[in-house]
Design a protein around this ligand. Structure first.
Ligand code: SF4
Ligand code: SF4
Ligand code: SF4
Length: 298
């Protein structure tokens, strides 16, 4: 079985308990306005082009019809780029990178468990993130099964917008769910992410009723989903699931996605004006404390 992914990150401390190796899969059905991993959204390979590094040397010109020089720097016509990667090697300024590759699931699994000694010492393991891991549900369930067979902790970072049967299979494999709740008000959820939250909330109910191990994570984005009403609804929601989850975490907005969107030739829109969320985190935590659930800031 082949897996389409764009990164493997070792020694991660924020993707579940202990030291973890995180695999980032390609593909996501959501379109969060604040997406922190925009290079994970498309299922296909993509060119990341960092124009700020370009010296205008021209070595990448003539390789394809997508390239031209504009104002002393290379520019890419995305409608003509087929992500072939021929421009990567000639560029001495490291402007070009192809995001997305395929690997056999078993070979990838061996790579993911290379740090198993650190996992054992720290209570860590493997985390699969994205994109949305359940967009490649067969591969995600397979990796979870391999991890269980090897006695390695397995976590999945999910939007919950997924096939409930696949989520239940993951629960059966003993996966820890790092389950995003991006808002309770349905209309605002649609406006912010492009999809309804009904499926996300009902899937959470389904896996909790089967005793799944869940940490609820709340990405909070100033001005988008942190209004008084949003926090009140989140607090009520946390109170309703409090006895069934392992924990709850606030994920404050960070601006890391902006540079990546720019490298993809995408306009991040108004979210460019949103400040880092860390300064608001304690206020959010205080507002959610009425839920009675202990909340960490990730
Ligand atoms: S990835 Fe290929 S098609 Fe795209 S700009 Fe580079 S050389 Fe041209
Ligand atoms: S090879 Fe690199 S530095 Fe030279 S023009 Fe192309 S992108 Fe710019
Ligand atoms: S669910 Fe994650 S990867 Fe998908 S659009 Fe939202 S932030 Fe980006």
């Amino acid at each position: 079985m082949n897996v389409s992914y764009f990164n493997v990150q070792r020694f991660c401390l924020q993707d579940g308990p202990g030291i973890r190796t995180t695999l980032f899969l390609k593909g996501c059905p959501l379109g969060c306005l604040w997406c922190h991993n925009p290079e994970g959204r498309a299922p296909r390979r993509q060119l990341l082009f960092r124009s700020d590094r370009c010296t205008g040397c021209g070595r990448c010109l003539g390789l394809c019809s997508a390239r031209r020089i504009e104002d002393g720097r290379a520019a890419v016509d995305r409608s003509l780029c087929i992500s072939c990667g021929r421009c990567v090697e000639p560029c001495l300024a490291d402007c070009n990178e192809i995001c997305g590759k395929e690997a056999d699931a078993d070979e990838l699994f061996e790579l993911l468990i290379r740090d198993r000694l650190f996992f054992e010492e720290s209570g860590g393991g493997v985390t699969v993130s994205g994109g949305e891991p359940l967009a490649q549900k067969a591969a995600t369930v397979y990796l979870a099964r391999r991890a269980r067979e090897e006695g390695i902790s397995f976590a999945v970072e999910t939007s919950g917008y997924a096939d409930p049967a696949a989520l239940l299979e993951l629960a059966g494999e003993g996966a820890l769910f790092l389950y995003d709740i991006k808002g309770i008000d349905e209309a605002r959820h649609v406006a912010n992410t492009g999809v309804s939250n009904k499926r996300i909330l009902s899937n959470l109910d389904t896996i909790l009723s089967e005793g799944a191990d869940v940490i609820v994570r709340m990405p909070l984005i100033p001005g988008y989903n942190d209004g008084e009403d949003d926090l009140r609804l989140l607090s009520e929601f946390l109170r309703s699931v409090g006895g069934k989850i392992r924990g709850a975490e606030i994920m404050p907005y960070h601006r890391i996605g902006l540079g990546k969107a720019d490298s993809l030739g995408e306009d991040a829109g108004d979210v460019k004006n949103v400040p880092d969320g860390r300064a608001f985190a304690e206020g959010w935590r205080a507002a959610l404390s009425s839920s009675g659930v202990e909340i960490k800031v990730n």
